[in-house]
Design a protein around this ligand. Structure first.
Ligand code: ADP
Ligand code: MG
Ligand code: MG
Length: 880
């Protein structure tokens, strides 16, 4: 088997398409080398080695070693240096690289190959002893902490001591001799901590680092990250070994990180940061303040790369062009300049905010780099969500605490917590939290995920917090240096103002501002690029998108977001209104049909008014109204005190009230007296609701000369007979109202398919139905035989252990519930080819479930109003 692929070293064995085998970093290094960009030579050990390693008790394949040696020889030839050769040593970096970039994996080790002998060679050849010894100490430090597990502070202490001794405060003030001393101290300390001397043999160093990369695939951080991002364990990571180039050999050297377009706004301007005379991750580590690449972005006192190294800058701009044309997407690139020469060390599709992803997709389509369909496929529907959420109301009063960098846009408000664990704990209790850290690291991922927003006091736009927050869609303010965080005291302070843990703050990730207290927010803008992309999506999609809405506000939001009707109006919500609940309770307490009818007569005008408003807003679009569904006891009082109050209000006594409560109580209400079972036992309830619907429809029809389109939906049907009986109630009410009003409205009557029996006998049921709407919330409960309210005790574990791939209440269980949906659709359409099919569970807004609905041939999905654009885009992508 071929386990090792060379790049740049006289041959390029990999390509960008080989990301599964070579990991993202390796595949793109090979691609860049292949298209002629300056990439230091190296090789990639494939992800298959990782799989082999774990399948064979952490051992490598037999023939790996000779392949690595051969590839290393090729790098030596290309560079003209030899691994471990004191006269002309080859130094390499060892870099992990999974298919998708993954924090939590082993950090890169630079300058590998240095030892007591080769450091002298490096000093001689570079003519810079300080540089050589500094490189050596960096290597021991990185290798020591990353591969040998020596704690960071052990290294820091040694540097601090040398600085103290020399009476200096800055690293830059230390010379070759000082770094020499640091190295001696490091080696001694490493031996003391690990019980072995620091490895001097470059071969041993190399295999140690390779082992550490593969080992890190199974560390806790990586496992957590994979779980949060649905990354399968089988993927494994690759290892990249690459000849070093040095950005820290003097003033004509630099290292930098940039995006080919602004990752925050998506604007088509080169965007990045660099540092002169620096190595590796100095730019992101926040030790020195990075400088801008572009002159136009430089603030007073800053020195842009454009000005400081015009030739390397010009070369970088050419590379930017080449990369965007080649990859046809915004790239996130890492580079180093060694003695004025530019080297590319990484490229990948850049992480971006939702706003940027939208703008870049639309811009690139307009620039002709991609077509409209491609643009539609580029925007992650789930990320759109971010754009649909409120921003701070510019007119609202606010009290500024501090300002940092606008690292990830959007506004967030919540209580301050200072640790990731605390963030997770409080979020689980339903609180909105803002995670405040000096800086974040991969260990904080779970807390960042749980938080509504993230605030750091250190680090730049490319810091860990910023990158991860943008990826997760969390608003983030980074590097708010004016704030001092005291973890012990659980406070933060800025300009004399103190904020304690648990107090509320508001972040504006688009401006970098942090406010004390809660600042009111406003609705998002839905014009411009957003509207354009939605238009393109609408051209592509087949599925219709409706909203679940019962209030006028929801209905208005739904329309604004482009809903093409209401797919689920739950009428019970309308009964909880304080003005009506009295009549509802009177109806339930009534012991005769007559008593119930009296109460229902009181409810009728309210219910009619609800529908009048909905029909008016929906202006002729279909409105699916579900008749009363929940068990009646849900409307009755439960607490002692409340029972007394209600009894008094209804003019009945407490004892009678209790008796009725006892009569209505059920062992398992979810499977009890609810849905059409209510309509069959108390036909007058459905009769009133149907009457309210038709009276409202007639009123709006007359008033607007545009007839509404009511679709009346019967819940929890298991047999055809149930539907026939309830349907007859509705049809009779319709005939009566139309006769009274002298006005006729077209309507349809259908059922929810939410019980397995309904799916199994869908052909029979279809004979009585004009449409089916899959109520996949209940269908999931009844198919799995599990109650959603009790699932919290085991479902998370099921997902964690891989027993279920995902929470079936979030993403439709295609194999089980999906099979029922397909069966019912097939049987239903077998009887009635034009039977209308929709879905109205939570799944209607989930992109993966929408893809299933497309494949299953449904007519529409219905989801919450805010998810409508997400569903429109997901439906388009499903149709592509
Ligand atoms: P990450 O995945 O965390 O970005 P990388 O493997 O990209 O880690 O390495 C981080 C940084 O280390 C790079 O951006 C680059 O600055 C530096 N680096 C890696 N390999 C080399 C190399 N061969 N020569 C010079 N610098 C390197
Ligand atoms: Mg890193
Ligand atoms: Mg990198």
């Amino acid at each position: 088997t071929k386990w090792v692929y060379s790049f740049g070293a006289g041959r390029n064995e990999g390509r960008a398409e080989m990301r599964d085998l070579l990991g993202g970093k390796g595949a793109n290094l090979a691609e860049m080398a292949a298209i002629g960009l300056p990439v230091p030579p190296g090789f990639t050990i494939t992800t298959e080695v990782c799989a082999y390693y774990y399948a064979h008790g952490r051992r490598y394949p037999e023939d790996l070693r000779p392949q690595v040696e051969a590839a290393l020889r090729r790098v030596e030839e290309a560079v003209g240096a030899r691994f471990g050769d004191p006269a002309k040593p080859l130094l390499v970096s060892v870099r992990s690289g999974a298919r998708v970039s993954m924090p939590g994996m082993m950090d890169t080790v630079l300058n590998l190959g240095l030892n007591d002998a080769t450091v002298e060679g490096l000093a001689r050849n570079s003519g810079d002893a300080r540089f050589a010894w500094d490189s050596y100490r960096r290597f021991i430090q990185m290798y020591g902490s990353v591969v040998l597990g020596v704690e960071h502070h052990r290294f820091e202490e040694i540097i601090e001591n040398v600085k103290l001794d020399r009476g200096v405060t800055e690293d830059t003030a230390l010379g070759a001799q000082d770094w020499h001393r640091v190295v001696a101290g490091y080696k001694e300390m490493v031996e003391e901590v690990t019980g072995r001397p620091f490895p001097q043999d470059p071969e041993a160093q190399l295999w140690g680092a390779i082992g550490a990369v593969f080992g890190s695939w199974m560390n806790q951080r990586a496992i957590t990250y994979r779980r949060l991002h649905d990354i399968p364990e089988e993927w494994g990571t690759a290892v990249n070994v690459q000849a070093m180039v040095f950005g820290n050999m003097g003033e004509d050297c630099a290292t930098g990180v940039c995006f080919t377009r602004d990752p925050s706004t998506g604007e088509n301007v080169f965007y990045g940061e660099y540092l002169i005379n620096a190595q590796g991750e100095d730019v992101v580590a926040g030790i020195r303040t990075p400088q801008p690449i572009l002159k136009a972005r430089a603030k007073p006192g800053e020195r842009s790369m454009e000005e400081a190294m015009p030739e390397a800058f010009a070369e970088l701009m050419r590379v930017r062009e080449t990369l965007e044309r080649h990859y046809r997407d915004m790239q996130d690139i890492e580079f180093t300049v060694q003695r004025g020469r530019l080297y590319m060390l990484q490229t990948r599709n850049g992480k971006r905010t939702a706003a940027a992803s939208l703008k870049i997709a639309v811009d690139m389509a307009r620039e002709g780099l991609i077509d409209e369909r491609e643009a539609v496929s580029r925007v992650n529907p789930a990320a759109l969500d971010q754009l649909l959420h409120p921003t701070l109301d510019p007119k609202a009063p606010r009290k500024l605490l501090a300002k940092g960098l606008p690292a990830s846009p959007g506004a967030a408000c919540g209580v301050v917590v200072f640790s990731a664990d605390e963030a997770e704990a409080r979020a689980q209790k339903g609180e909105s939290v803002i995670l405040v850290r000096v800086e974040t690291s991969p260990e904080d991922i779970h807390g960042m995920h749980a938080a509504k927003g993230i605030l750091t006091t250190r680090g730049g736009m490319t810091s860990h917090a910023a990158v991860v927050a943008r990826g997760m869609g969390r608003p983030c303010v980074a590097g708010a240096g004016g704030i001092t965080v005291d973890y012990n005291a659980q406070t933060m302070m800025s300009g004399g103002q103190v904020v304690q843990a648990g107090e509320t703050i508001t972040l504006d990730g688009s401006t970098g501002e942090v406010f004390i207290g809660a600042v009111p927010m406003i609705e998002p803008q839905l014009s411009g690029d957003f509207a354009t992309l939605m238009e393109w999506a609408d051209r592509v999609r087949r599925l219709r998108v409706r909203a679940n809405a019962e209030t006028p506000t929801d209905a208005e939001t739904a329309r604004r977001f482009g809903a093409e009707g209401i797919g689920l109006c739950r009428t019970e919500h309308m009964f909880f209104d304080p003005g009506r609940i009295g009549a509802v309770r009177q109806m339930i307490m009534a012991e005769s049909e007559g008593g119930r009818r009296d109460a229902l007569a009181r409810l009728l005008p309210f219910q009619r008014q609800d529908f009048v408003e909905l029909f008016r807003i929906m202006a002729g679009l279909p409105v699916t109204i579900r008749l009363l569904d929940p068990p009646l006891h849900e409307f009755l009082p439960h607490g002692e005190h409340e029972i007394e109050e209600v009894a008094a209000a209804l003019g009945t006594d407490v004892a009678r009230m209790r008796r009725r409560l006892a009569e209505l109580s059920e062992a398992n209400p979810m499977l009890g007296h609810r849905g059409c079972r209510l309509g069959i036992t108390f036909p007058e309830i459905y009769e009133m609701q149907a009457r309210a619907i038709f009276e409202a429809a007639a009123q709006i029809g007359k008033e607007t000369h545009k007839a509404p389109l009511p679709e009346i939906m019967i819940p929890l049907v298991a047999t055809r007979r149930e539907l026939e009986i309830t349907r007859a109630i509705v049809d009779k009410a319709a005939q009566e109202v139309f006769a009274e009003q002298g006005y006729h409205v077209a309507y349809s009557v259908g059922t929810m398919i939410e019980l397995p029996r309904a799916a199994l006998t869908a052909d029979a049921i279809a004979e009585a139905a004009d449409f089916f709407s899959f109520g996949t919330n209940d269908l999931t409960q009844t198919t799995f035989g599990l109650s959603r309210d009790d699932a919290g005790k085991f479902l998370p574990l099921y997902v964690e252990k891989g027993i279920l791939p995902k929470d079936p209440f979030v993403s439709l269980d295609v194999d089980g519930v999906g099979a029922l949906v397909r069966m019912a659709s097939g049987k239903g359409r077998g009887v009635k080819p034009d039977l209308k099919l929709g879905i109205c569970g939570e799944h209607g807004g989930d992109p993966a479930s929408i893809r299933f609905c497309e494949e299953a041939g449904l007519d529409y999905v219905s989801c919450s109003p805010y998810r409508v654009p997400v569903a429109r885009l997901a439906a388009a992508q499903a149709a592509l």
